[in-house]
Design a protein around this ligand. Structure first.
Ligand code: ADP
Length: 341
């Protein structure tokens, strides 16, 4: 049974490649409204019950005082586009149904109306790109650690469920009002249950695309997401994209210029990739020269995620166990993270 009696559409807030997004409200059922009132009633003897309920349902925390919840309705234009578009809409919904985690955008409901598929999502109108670009927002090493922690927890959850996100970038790391970071936009996500199955390499926004994808690999895995996380980590420290190639061809050059052209020892197997050819040789560049303010542990973790050989990159689980996350400074609690101003 749903908590919500119905949804109210408010206004159009965005338009993606194959969907229109509206803001709106989820209106609670009478039972849910009562539960919400109990959960948010902080007076008298109901106190203890209230606290338990809040923790149990979690929902009270994200609702308005009257029990409504702000939502985004993503309307997929089924049938209006090529078959591929329909598939990615259904894939996104399927993936989100499987992934329930504090660091993954919540799919609240799905319904169809006329010929459209509608996904009801939690409303998240800020993202890490906005924060990085806004020069009025200052942030610290502890803030970066907190965002990295939440990103990697979301990614670990995806990978543990055999799902690759395949389009991680600051714009898809959404931020809630209470500072929680959540992976969003699973339009490119897919199952990687069978590591030998061939998949397209035309994924991931160019600047965050791993070298194996750029070399046309059709068998790839979690390491493509880890590369993207490495790029995001670097961007958080630099406050500009780390390797902004100006074309798909140029992207590989941009990477080689930044990190040095890989040798056979760096990446055995590179020469067997479909688009491999003789590359211009760039010298290895110590990242320390560019990331002058980074702590040694931060730099070590970032470097490991940007290793050429996908097999040498850490898993999200490995990364979360890195000493970077145990050392000072402690990650900033989400509620205290800087917000867009
Ligand atoms: P894309 O641009 O990657 O195709 P979407 O189709 O997911 O993105 O969304 C288009 C736009 O709608 C986004 O850029 C954003 O402004 C808005 N939007 C999407 N999802 C949400 C959400 N959950 N909460 C608030 N706004 C959203």
């Amino acid at each position: 049974a749903s908590r919500w009696s119905h949804y109210i559409k408010e206004k159009k807030v965005g338009e993606g490649t194959y969907a229109v997004v509206y803001s709106g409200w989820a209106i609670p059922t009478p039972a849910q409204k009562l539960e919400h009132e109990l959960a948010t009633d902080d007076t008298g003897e109901r106190d203890e019950v209230a606290r338990d309920k809040k923790i149990l349902t979690g929902v009270a925390l994200v609702c308005e005082p009257d029990g409504r919840r702000k939502i985004a309705i993503k309307k997929f234009k089924i049938g209006e586009y090529k078959d591929g578009m329909d598939k990615s809409a259904i894939r996104e919904v399927k993936v989100l149904q499987e992934l329930k985690h504090p660091n993954v955008i919540e799919l609240i409901d799905v319904f169809s109306y006329k010929t459209n598929l509608n996904a009801v999502l939690e409303f998240l109108d800020c993202d890490l790109e906005v924060i990085i670009k806004n020069k009025n927002v200052a942030f610290s090493a502890a803030d970066i650690k907190s965002w990295m922690l939440m990103t990697l927890r979301g990614v670990r959850h995806c990978h543990a469920n055999f799902i690759l996100h395949r389009d991680l970038k600051p714009n898809n790391l959404l931020l809630s009002k209470d500072g929680e970071l959540k992976l969003g936009d699973f339009g490119m996500a897919r199952d990687y249950g069978d590591p030998h199955r061939k998949m397209t390499s035309m994924v991931v926004t160019r600047w965050y695309r791993s070298p194996e994808l750029l070399l046309g690999a059709v068998r790839y895995g979690y390491a493509v997401d880890m590369w993207a996380v490495g790029c995001i980590f670097a961007e958080l420290m630099l406050r500009v994209p780390f390797m902004p190639g100006d074309s798909d061809i140029g992207q590989l050059q941009t990477i080689f210029r930044a990190l040095g052209t890989p040798t056979e020892a760096d990446w055995p197997g590179m020469k067997y990739l479909p688009d491999y050819h003789a590359f211009e040789q760039f010298p290895r560049n110590p990242l320390r020269n560019l990331f002058t303010a980074a702590s040694p542990d931060a730099l070590a973790l970032m470097e490991s995620m940007l290793l050429y050989d996908p097999l040498k990159r850490p898993t999200a689980h490995d990364a979360l166990n890195h000493f970077y996350f145990r050392n000072q400074p402690r990650p900033t609690p989400p509620a205290k993270l800087p917000r867009d101003v």
